[in-house]
Design a protein around this ligand. Sequence first.
Ligand SMILES: Cc1cc2nc3c(=O)[nH]c(=O)nc-3n(C[C@H](O)[C@H](O)[C@H](O)COP(=O)(O)OP(=O)(O)OC[C@H]3O[C@@H](n4cnc5c(N)ncnc54)[C@H](O)[C@@H]3O)c2cc1C
Length: 436
Amino acid sequence: MRVIVLGAGLLGTTSAYFLSQLGHDVTVVDRQATPGAETSFANGGQISVSHAEPWANPGAPLKLLKWLGREDAPLLFRLRPDLRQWLWGLSFLRECTPARTRHNIEQIVRLGTYSRDVLQQLRRDTGIAYDQRTQGILHFYTSQKEFDAAQAPAEQMRQLGCERQVIDADHAVRLEPALAHIRPQLAGATYTAEDESGDANRFTRELAKRAEAAGVRFLMGHTITALREVAGELDHVEATDVEGRYQRLRADAYVLAMGSFSPLLAAPLGIRLPIYPAKGYSVTMPVKDASRAHQVSLTDDEFKLVFSRLTGPQGDRLRIAGTAELNGYDRDLNTVRCEAIVRRVEQLFPGAGDTARAQFWSGLRPATPSNVPIIGASRIGRLFLNTGHGTLGWTHACGSGQSIARIVSGLAPEVEFAFTAATRVGNVPGPLASAA
Ligand SMILES: Cc1cc2nc3c(=O)[nH]c(=O)nc-3n(C[C@H](O)[C@H](O)[C@H](O)COP(=O)(O)OP(=O)(O)OC[C@H]3O[C@@H](n4cnc5c(N)ncnc54)[C@H](O)[C@@H]3O)c2cc1C
């Protein structure tokens, strides 16, 4: 079958690779010059099955109210005269009930565990290297209240097979001696030994090379301008190349994997995807003093930041990422927020990173109100969806790519997950549909 994959980020590239492994003739279309150049460029690097608590949870509404208007808030709604933003916000509030939160954690953990397995298998099959580390993820708490509140979700994750262990502060420091500096402030931690980290951009490019070697074509520098339907089926895709030349691209099946931009192209087909861009920042800096730098990938609960150590051809680097700002499609760098990240790194690991050479980056997470991605068939024939991966697109990339490749091929996915079906309203499972 000829398949066109729309988007060459983590989700498009993994979809293309696994589709080609199942014998399809695949073309990937993307407006950038290289794969992984937008949100998949400089993320936090964590393969974090343990990071399954959705933003929407019973405690979120109160926290969001407190954070409104605070420039350094971990999650900031900048209210705009934008109907999509308000509908997304209402839908988010509906996802905050205990029952919805439990349901969403279940989906996120199942897909995450499967995805990590697929990534590990891919590594064994291909030898792909991407600055990966397999030392687990340590999530530390400096607030006793937040640490106490983390026990129940950790227990739920363990029941779902994610071995997120609750540990005391001394144990945390034994696992990551670089935390010794803040030992007095530590309330406790959780540790998930099976979790990993790595450079998502290097992974995307390396996987694209392998896909190309297997026959996948990458049509880079092509902007998709419209998806055209005829009689309930996707008939063709319209795109322009860098010089503005118009083209019609046709295939037997299409996979929409355009991250935050997916809803804009799907809307004219009557598919309302509840995806809104959640801008995040990352800071990457060379390691200055390796003895003070962390080895294990970390999550700082208080500041909602993730830390990965990336060591590879580009050097030994610290990558710190976080914060979320719901403010439309603007990717402007807010220096207040970036400087807050640098300050926190210096507080935790003084002298570890070369802050003078810190590189700032912003990216738009394709966020759904539930944090559950949208994967599966759509109600337009031939059009499939692999999008809306929000905070966990790197964690979920391989499992989502493998699953959509199987769904397109008419095979059953290998993981129990709320995949979308052609008959569902707006193509979105459960209560998200009403946000459409
Ligand atoms: C600050 C930050 C930290 C993060 N940390 C982590 C983490 O630690 N772990 C984790 O699992 N996830 C993390 N994420 C999330 C993860 O990076 C994303 O979920 C993931 O990159 C989304 O991939 P995607 O392929 O859906 O989107 P993208 O990477 O944005 O890919 C979409 C592609 O579509 C193309 N495109 C869009 N519109 C058009 C058009 N009109 N024509 C042609 N091409 C088009 C773009 O060029 C792009 O290449 C983080 C995200 C951010 C922002």
